[in-house]
Design a protein around this ligand. Structure first.
Ligand code: ADP
Ligand code: MG
Length: 274
């Protein structure tokens, strides 16, 4: 079993503080939903855990079974069982999808061990079938010309073969149509085991219908402001995030209530001079 522990995490992007003290504990065997409005810092959280160079951790800690994740390189993090399913997967020309997954698997082998090509091809075929992908997708260049939905299915295909212990899935539902949501949701849920858990970042409840979610967290303004169970997901789906902000007295910068005085100033400035 693996435990990912995030404590008082502060992360800056381009010298702007985005995460302002995130606390979260996620075990393999559990699915946690992370929800929150646009710009709340959800992708920043995933990128910081995986070690993206643009995202600077300025305070706090991330550990995996007690080991300091922040001291690890990105590939070390992957070898230790972390995986990021990206919101916007990159296109790589000249490298086929199958080659990419094979290279990633080989990079994780202990020295002297070799990948069973037979097993690899079998699992790849099974994954393509389960995710109802076009048969030619493994042989095409990585994500090049893939539709939004194909890219997302492909992230899950990679995950199925790499078998991480903790997956961070960033809006894996965006770009998927209704059928795609079901196929991808079920494929993720089928992986749930004592060896596999996931942080599922999403705006919507739709994908969560197919997943056996243990806990939901709401991220607003760089902090987890609320955690709960399925009832929290239902409430957000019905009422959005405004009630969370109102309840906690959170106002985004552009939403600060404007005082009557400043309105008056704006109005008189806009009024044509007589
Ligand atoms: P979410 O995924 O919750 O929509 P993000 O984590 O993507 O939010 O972004 C949080 C904030 O950080 C936003 O205001 C966004 O503009 C800013 N941000 C994220 N990445 C970058 C970047 N590479 N450069 C500048 N600002 C960024
Ligand atoms: Mg995002």
């Amino acid at each position: 079993m693996k435990v990912l522990e995030i404590k008082d995490l502060h992360v800056s992007v381009e010298n702007k503080e985005i995460l302002k003290g995130v606390n979260l504990s996620l075990k393999s065997g559990e699915f946690h939903a992370i929800m929150g409005p646009n710009g709340a810092g959800k992708s920043t959280l995933a990128a910081a855990i995986m070690g993206h160079y643009n995202y600077k951790v300025t305070k706090g800690s991330i550990t995996l079974n007690g080991e300091d994740v922040l001291k690890m390189s990105v590939d070390e993090r992957a070898r230790k069982g972390l995986f990021l399913g990206m919101q916007y997967p990159s296109e790589v020309s000249g490298l086929t999808n199958a080659e990419f997954i094979k290279k990633a698997l080989e990079a994780r082998l202990e020295e002297g061990k070799r990948l069973s090509l037979y097993k690899f091809i079998k699992e790849l075929d099974q994954g393509v079938l389960e995710l109802q992908m076009n048969k030619d997708l493994p042989e095409r260049y990585l994500n090049e010309g893939f539709s939004g939905g194909e890219k997302k299915r492909n992230e899950i295909l990679q995950m199925k073969l790499l078998k991480p212990n903790i997956a961070l899935l960033d809006e894996i539902d965006s770009g998927l149509d209704v059928d795609g949501l079901k196929v991808v949701g079920e494929a993720i849920n089928n992986m749930k085991s004592s060896e596999f858990g996931a942080m599922i970042i999403t705006h919507y409840e739709r994908l969560l219908d197919y997943l056996d979610i243990d806990r939901a967290h709401v991220l607003v303004g760089g902090k987890i402001v609320k955690s709960g169970g399925l009832e929290l997901i239902k409430k957000i789906n019905k009422e959005g995030y405004d009630w969370v902000k109102t309840e906690l007295g959170i106002f985004e910068e552009e939403e600060k209530p404007i005082s009557i005085e400043s309105c008056a100033v704006k109005e008189s400035a806009a009024r044509p001079k007589k």
